[in-house]
Design a protein around this ligand. Structure first.
Ligand SMILES: C[S@@+](CC[C@H](N)C(=O)[O-])C[C@H]1O[C@@H](n2cnc3c(N)ncnc32)[C@H](O)[C@@H]1O
Length: 319
């Protein structure tokens, strides 16, 4: 990190938008039609990226970037969500809304482990179709169903759910406060909501022109318009009519591990013969272009190693 922070020169990071971002970048990343999708092809060597699209949660000694790490994150969110639900006014209702459900892994798990009925909504046609196919393949359809839809204008009636979650997706949303108001609209008063997302650590991301550039590159490689911070999310939840019950930063259980893996990848990439050989192998095995993966890993590592990105979990009750 270089330079000193001047609020006049460097406005809050969450006000800094990724200038080139459009929703087509999100479609491209999740439909394998932009170079950033190659990271998922690469990761498919270790985990099931056709079901789960989150960075997971692992304690020391637990194997990360594996189906089990995705499930640990989902269980952590679900266990606290359901204990709040059990103490609330709709304890017998079993319908969950999954906003930006991706390829359906979390929703399917919610059915299998917790017996919930799930309605998932996602903006990317590839993911909504894949999620539906996954639910049928796993034998949980129609108790778990998916629709196309935008988190900013959910295609759902007012006060129609008592349970909702959104897992590592809001980062991609152009307006997180509007999304939170939408969740508030479709939740019944007393309904419960949990959220997992990437967060910007503003004092670090805006500390110098160099840091701001590193932060902008992180947003670009992940096709993210901007990030909220731990504090701004709490304010936005309150303004959307939620009462926060619990919030945690769990960076050391996922992003720090990802960063360690990025560092190993970049160190190994110095050996040009190894890089060339692995590039051919990766293309054959997964279809991914190693240069695209390298760019993504480098952009991630530069931001993560400075600590400018955190990972937060929030649980809240609709007032
Ligand atoms: C990182 S993935 C997470 C998916 C899933 N929650 C999981 O944990 O596997 C982000 C998802 O957000 C979806 N998404 C992005 N912007 C959206 C929007 N405005 N409305 C609905 N879905 C959106 C993407 O299509 C993608 O499926």
């Amino acid at each position: 990190m270089t330079g000193t922070r001047s609020p006049e020169l460097y406005p809050p990071a969450r006000e800094v938008k990724n200038a080139t971002w459009t929703v087509n970048d999100v479609h491209g990343q999740y439909s394998y039609s932009n170079p950033h999708a190659d990271l998922y092809r690469y990761l498919s060597q270790w985990s099931d990226m056709e079901l789960y699209l989150n960075v997971g949660y692992s304690r020391p000694g637990q194997y990360h970037l594996h189906v089990s790490s995705h499930l640990r994150l989902i269980n952590r969110l679900a266990d606290s969500l359901l204990s709040l639900h059990a103490a609330g006014p709709y304890a017998t209702e079993r319908r969950l809304l999954d906003v930006a459900a991706g390829r359906g892994g979390a929703a399917i798990h919610a059915r299998r482990r917790y017996g919930l009925e799930v309605v998932g909504v996602d903006i990317t046609p590839y993911n909504a179709c894949r999620a539906e196919a996954n639910a049928r393949e796993k034998g949980v359809w129609p108790q778990v169903r998916f629709n196309m839809g935008n988190a900013h204008r959910l295609p759902l009636a007012d006060a129609s759910f008592a349970l909702a979650w959104s897992i590592e997706s809001p980062a991609h949303f152009a307006d997180k406060p509007i999304f939170l108001k939408e969740v508030g609209r479709v939740l019944k008063p007393g309904g419960v909501f949990t959220l997992a997302d990437l967060l910007v650590v503003e004092p670090i991301a805006t500390a110098s022109p160099e840091n701001r550039q590193i932060y902008a590159e992180f947003l670009r490689v992940w096709d993210v318009p901007y990030l909220e911070s731990f504090d701004s999310y709490q304010r936005a939840l309150a303004e959307a009519g939620f009462e926060l019950r619990r919030a945690e930063i769990v960076t050391r259980y996922n992003l720090d591990i990802l960063n360690r893996d990025c560092a190993i990848f970049l160190w190994l990439s110095q050996f040009r013969w190894l890089y060339r050989w692995y590039g051919r192998y990766l293309r054959w095995r997964t279809g991914a272009n190693l240069d695209h993966v390298y760019e993504h890993v480098l952009g991630s590592h530069r931001a993560l190693r400075l600590g400018m990105i955190d990972y937060g979990l929030f649980w809240a009750v609709r007032r």
